[in-house]
Ligand binder design. Structure first.
Ligand code: MSP
Length: 514
């Protein structure tokens, strides 16, 4: 039987600016999902990349005084560096300036045209370069876009897509696919937008050049959102719909996006696809936005959170953990120094780190630096091992719902149980009293830690690898299929000298002031 397949994508990021926490966050969520499913035996494709056309990018290049192509090459590189620094496991990195993408975007245009979905007209109305979006007069608030972005009046010849024809089919599609938009609250938002009526959409521009030419109409470049959305299909080989990648991975399982770009993904994208006779993706998950110490993040406030700085300050694993543990995925959340330090020192150093450290050092000291030999199990032993064996089923359910915070909550509940077991069994007192029982207790704990480390790999791959190394678990025995008794730790296996995996965060200034 062939493996289950899964295709997960991030939005492709505008290359007008340096990467910030929002970019790191969306891709992290996809990375954790992709890693989880791969460890669980799925065949996964995980795509990210950069959105390099449009007026916004053209203007940023002009402001930097360099040709757009040189500019996008440079900024796209920063996003690749972010992917490396965050240890993202994407299988591909797409750039919309690549030839494969021109081919795909123009093919989609032609398919829409062939199906009578495109007509020439002229657009006059408001456009926001920051949002790369058209706005109706009624949507403006105090002369600005509802997002607060500036708008400008645009009048130019333009091709239109017959979006208004797709109102009823879209509503039927949402009805038939209640899981298409997540979380639920976002679904209602989209439904009421579509119910309020859809206008035909301007899909080409003539007042600037930095885009993909409309086939046969070199005066027009494609609207950047039509161009950009197509990347999800370019990544799996479109327009070759017969190729292996396309037949394996299309329709995509999840397009992960921020709440601000939900409309493009949940309304325009399925409409384009249905109009071209292509299956829409299975799900759009819209996550919330981060604020910084309670304030909206914006360039003008100068409070952008730089992910490279976060990693340098707190370490990669704590950052990855914090971003997904702190805020229910789908809700807005606040980033604060205090909150990340609290998670680092509490959940990581105290709860998980101490468990690993005290168990491994007791084994190293008291069991000749080798996995101890267990004797008969008590009820408490069996209960802890059963708890560990039960986590995977819970995580599978939470990950299929993209409830990362709940998955981590469940793991930490089991860590809490392991810590209570250590306190209850007090293996340090057994050393003299009952060394055989001490070995059983330490074995049960080591085996529990093996489970926890294997399961935490998607979120903290580096820390998990260090723990598994310290337990001498072979690299090819770290998948979820190894979470069974058959692959349990072998008594007598030598283990290296343990080293702390989750250091506490120590305030430098506070130290200096002492
Ligand atoms: N280029 C488009 C997407 C095209 S997809 C076919 C785009 N690019 S972007 O660079 O602006 O993308 C930003 C992503 O980061 C979005 O998912 C957005 O929601 C997310 N975030 C931007 N600021 C954010 C926060 N403050 N918090 C969380 N995510 C945020 O949109």
């Amino acid at each position: 039987m062939s493996a289950n397949t899964f295709y997960v994508t991030t939005p492709i990021y505008y290359v007008n600016d340096a990467p910030h926490i929002g970019h790191a966050y969306t891709t992290l969520a996809c990375d954790v999902l992709a890693r989880f499913l791969r460890l669980d035996g799925w065949q996964v494709k995980f795509l990210t990349g950069t959105d390099e056309h449009g007026q916004k990018v053209e203007k940023s290049a002009a402001a930097a005084g360099i040709p757009p192509k040189d500019f996008v090459d440079k900024v796209s590189g920063n996003f690749r560096e972010l992917a490396e620094a965050m240890h993202f496991s994407n299988d591909d990195f797409i750039r919309t300036t690549e030839a494969r993408h021109f081919k795909a975007a123009q093919a989609l245009w032609k398919a829409l045209e062939a199906n009578g979905q495109v007509y020439l007209g002229s657009y006059s109305g408001w456009y926001s370069v920051r949002d790369e979006a058209f706005y109706g007069e009624k949507e403006l608030i105090d002369g600005k876009a509802p997002t607060g972005a500036d708008v400008e009046w645009v009048e130019e010849p333009s091709y239109f897509f017959r979006l208004s024809d797709w109102q009823a089919p879209l509503l039927e599609f949402y009805e038939a696919n209640p899981e298409f938009i997540a979380p639920k609250s976002r679904r209602n938002e989209v439904l009421s937008f579509v119910k309020s009526g859809l206008h035909d959409l301007s899909i080409s521009r003539t007042s600037f050049k930095w885009g993909i030419p409309v086939p046969g109409q070199p005066d027009h470049v494609m609207y950047v959102w039509l161009d950009a959305l197509t990347n999800y299909m370019t990544g799996v080989g479109y327009p070759d719909t017969e190729c292996e990648a396309f037949s394996t991975y299309w329709p995509a399982n999840v397009h992960m996006v921020g709440k601000d770009i939900l409309r493009f993904h949940a309304v325009y994208w399925p409409a384009f696809l249905m109009a071209a006779g292509i299956a829409p993706p299975k799900r759009i998950f819209a996550h919330g936005w981060w604020t910084n110490e309670g304030q909206k993040i914006s360039k003008s406030l100068g409070n952008i959170i730089d992910p490279f700085e976060l990693i340098a300050k707190y370490g990669l694993d704590p950052v990855r953990f914090f971003l997904l543990r702190e805020v229910p995925f789908g809700k807005d959340g606040d980033f604060s120094h205090e909150a990340i330090v609290h998670r680092t020192n509490g959940d990581l150093a105290n709860d998980f780190g101490n468990l690993v450290q005290r168990v491994l050092s007791m084994i190293h000291r008291n069991c000749d630096a080798a996995i101890p030999k267990p004797g008969a199990q008590t009820e408490a032993d069996a209960a802890l091992l059963a708890e560990m064996a039960g986590i995977l089923a819970v995580l599978r359910k939470e990950m299929q719902a993209q409830a990362f915070h709940k998955a981590l909550g469940a793991l930490w509940q089991s860590i809490g149980q392991a810590n209570r077991y250590v306190d209850g069994e007090a293996p340090w007192e057994l050393k003299k009293k009952d060394p055989a029982r001490m070995e059983t207790v330490l074995y049960v704990l080591a085996e529990s830690i093996r489970h926890l480390a294997i399961l935490v790999q998607p979120v903290m791959p580096d820390a998990a690898a260090k723990i598994l190394d310290q337990l001498a678990v072979p690299e090819d025995a770290r998948r979820f299929e190894h979470l069974t008794g058959d692959h349990a730790l072998k008594p007598g296996t030598p283990i290296p000298k343990p080293e702390g995996v989750f250091p506490r965060f120590v305030e430098e200034e506070a130290d200096a002031g002492r």
